[in-house]
Design a protein around this ligand. Structure first.
Ligand code: SAM
Length: 330
C-alpha cells in the first residue's frame, strides 16, 4: 500500500471507523491493495455494498459477516463487477441483498457533514462516487492545497459549470461554498436526484440551474452566448452514447472535451478534469488534456494532480485508475 505513513494510517483508520460522525460512507476493503484480491467493500451509512467479479467465496463471506457485525450494518448488498456496464440492463446492474434487511428505496448518507441521497435500486451506481470525496472537500473548503484556492475571495459569487453532473454532489459542495452552479446531465432522473441533494443540504435548487442535455452540445451553446465560468468541471463516464453528439470515449475524445471546456473558463478561472477510465494511462490523460487546452489557445498557470483517497489505496496489483487535474488557466 503506498499511503502508509503512520499519520496516513491513522487518518485511514479514523475514516474506516464506525465512530466517524461527519462521514458514514467510505471504502472498507479496496481489493489487492488491502490484501483482498478481487474484493471491494463499501460502507454506505447503515448498509454494506460488496463487489466481486465472481460469486463470494466462503472466506469472503466470513470477512463480510465480520464487517457487518463491526459496523452494525442493517443489510449487506452484493453487486457483480461488470466491465461492460453500458450493455447491462438496470435490474441486472443493481445490487442484490445477501444478508440482513432491505434498505428503503432511498436512504441518506453523510459526508463531511453534508447529506446525500443513495439507492441500491437505481442501476449500477448508488448516487455517490466515494473516490471523489477529497475533491468534493476541496470544493467545499475552497482549498485545493495550501496556497491554491478554487475561487478568488471577494469577487462575488463564483459561477460553476458541472458537466456530466450525475446526482450533482460536486455542485452541492460548490453551492455550499457560495457558488452559483449549473449542473448539466443527459438524465432527467439524476438531475431531479441532484435537486433533492440540494434540498437535503438547505440549498434552494431554484437558485441554481439544472440543464437536461448533452455536454458537447450545451458547451457549444453556452460558448455562443458568451458564458464564462470561474470553474468548469469535467467528469465524464468512460463511454457514453448521446443522440446529439454520438459516441464519447474518454480514451479517444478527452482532449477535444478539455478544449471545448477551456473556452468557457474565464481568465484565471479553473478547469477540473477527472477520468476514471483505468484503460487511459495517467501520462496519456495529462497529454490529452494539455493538448486540448493548448488548442483552445489557453495556458495552465497553476495545477494540482490529486491522488486517489486514502481508502482507495494503490498497489502493484491494484493500480491507480482515477486521474484528477485541477488547473488554473490564463
Ligand atoms: C461518471 S458519472 C459523473 C459523476 C459525477 N461527476 C459525480 O462526481 O458524481 C457520468 C454522468 O454523465 C452523464 N452523461 C453521460 N453522457 C453524457 C453526455 N453526453 N452529456 C451529459 N451528460 C452525460 C450520465 O448520465 C452520468 O450521470
Amino acid at each position: 500500500m503506498s499511503n502508509s505513513s503512520p499519520s496516513a494510517r491513522g487518518a485511514l483508520q479514523k475514516l474506516r471507523s464506525w465512530r466517524n460522525q461527519k462521514t458514514n460512507v467510505c471504502r472498507l476493503i479496496h481489493g489487492a491493495a488491502d490484501g483482498w484480491n478481487g474484493l471491494y467493500v463499501d460502507r454506505l451509512a447503515d448498509y454494506l455494498l460488496v463487489q466481486t467479479e465472481h460469486p463470494l467465496t466462503d472466506t469472503q463471506q466470513q470477512t463480510v459477516q465480520t464487517l457487518r457485525q463491526q459496523f452494525k450494518a442493517k443489510g449487506v448488498y452484493h453487486k457483480r463487477l461488470n466491465r461492460q456496464v453500458q450493455k447491462t440492463s438496470k435490474p441486472k446492474a443493481s445490487a442484490r441483498l445477501i444478508m440482513g434487511i432491505e434498505a428503503p428505496e432511498f436512504f441518506e448518507a453523510t459526508e463531511h457533514h453534508l447529506r446525500y441521497r443513495l439507492s441500491f435500486n437505481e442501476g449500477y451506481s448508488t448516487g455517490l462516487f466515494l473516490d471523489m470525496r477529497d475533491n468534493r472537500h476541496r470544493l467545499l473548503s475552497n482549498l485545493i492545497e495550501l496556497g491554491f484556492p478554487v475561487f478568488d475571495k471577494g469577487t462575488g459569487a463564483a459561477k460553476v459549470l458541472n458537466t456530466f453532473a450525475y446526482t450533482c454532489s460536486l455542485s452541492v459542495c460548490a453551492a455550499r461554498a457560495g457558488a452559483i452552479t449549473t449542473s448539466l446531465d443527459l438524465s432527467q432522473k439524476y438531475l431531479e436526484w441532484g435537486r433533492e441533494n440540494f434540498r437535503l443540504n438547505k440549498l434552494n435548487p431554484d437558485d441554481h440551474d439544472f440543464i437536461y442535455g448533452d455536454t458537447f452540445d450545451w458547451m457549444k451553446r453556452l460558448a455562443k452566448r458568451g458564458e464564462q465560468y470561474d470553474l468548469v468541471i469535467l467528469d465524464p463516464p468512460t463511454f457514453s452514447r448521446s443522440k446529439v453528439s454520438g459516441l464519447f470515449q474518454a480514451k479517444r475524445d478527452y482532449g477535444r472535451l478539455a478544449g471545448s471546456a477551456s473556452a468557457l473558463v474565464r481568465k484565471n478561472g479553473m478547469l477540473l478534469a477527472c477520468c476514471n477510465a483505468g484503460s487511459l494511462a495517467p501520462s496519456d490523460f495529462k497529454a490529452d488534456v494539455r493538448r486540448g487546452i493548448r488548442d483552445a489557445g489557453r495556458k495552465i498557470v497553476q495545477n494540482f494532480q490529486a491522488m486517489q483517497p486514502l481508502d482507495f489505496p494503490v498497489s502493484e496489483n491494484e493500480p491507480a485508475y482515477l486521474k484528477v487535474s485541477w488547473m488554473r488557466l490564463n
